[in-house]
Design a protein around this ligand. Sequence first.
Ligand SMILES: *[C@@H]1O[C@H](CO)[C@@H](O)[C@H](O)[C@H]1NC(C)=O
Length: 329
Amino acid sequence: MDLAGPFAGFITTVTIVATLLYMNGHFRQQKYGLVPNNTEDNGGLDPNGPDVQFILYKRNSSPFNLVLHDQTKFDESRFNKSSPTKIIIHGFLSGIREEVFTLNKDAFLKKADYNVIGMDWSALCEFEYLSAMRGAQIASQYLAEMIEWLVMQDVSLTDIHLIGHSLGAHVAGMAGSKLTSGKVSRITGLDPALPGYYERGPQVKLDPGDAELVDVVHTYMKILGYAQPLGHIDFYANGGRYQPGCPDIYDIWKIGESLHCNHARSYQYFAESILNPKAFRCRRCSSVEEALGENCFEDTDIYMGEPSTYRNGLYFFRTRNSPPFSPPP
Ligand SMILES: *[C@@H]1O[C@H](CO)[C@@H](O)[C@H](O)[C@H]1NC(C)=O
């Protein structure tokens, strides 16, 4: 399906509405159907807390709510200033109980006792998309303040890595550009959101100026995800357009599932790369079209995901159609 043409507007509207309905139902069930009213079982979230909360996860300990500017709480926490800090930021209609957070958090903590922080801004993105876009700006302000505050606690910016999915990728980018103390070492954008962000200025979306290293994974470009490169290094999974194993978008009954599946693959691949750094070997491409057409032939020893074996540019990698996604050599 090509979104250029006379039906572009119609098809885009139908797909966006279908995703919203699907994701909204899924999200509400997660948030209100299953969540006990108890902070511990609630992943550390405080139901009466601010709209944006930062929950610290460490090995062998309960989720800990890091309250911005609360020194006593910070000192009580198991935050380790000599360990890398990974801040994971979900997208539209999501939260820290969702897979985007749990898959990556579990993989990171299995690898090492990092400071894994789940940023929950679900209160600002649980209604419709336009208010979520405004919510993303507010959330990025909180995130920038949290980072500046960590820096005041002697946490080094070189140890901070932001990982954002969809709208969360732009939240990370906007926060990165607001910092006055310097740049974070890395922002990973996982299928950064396209709707509402096409051709917008770098102040409101992810761009290479937002961190020392900006790497981006594209899995569903031109529909929910951004197609143009947004980082120093941009990975186009299976061409960046559709992911193998996801339901066909032509199947009208599965359209919501198809949208969710393709968009979610970005964080599923990333999570797999945390424990298997050589899971996704890349070929270099000279343009987005070349990646889309799977016409990239220059072999590299660059791998998509958590390992930062980087040389600027565009890259193609292949996956299997179900987990583990790493293809056979
Ligand atoms: C903090 O992290 C450093 C580096 O990863 C590690 O060597 C040290 O043991 C950690 N400290 C604690 C109290 O866990």
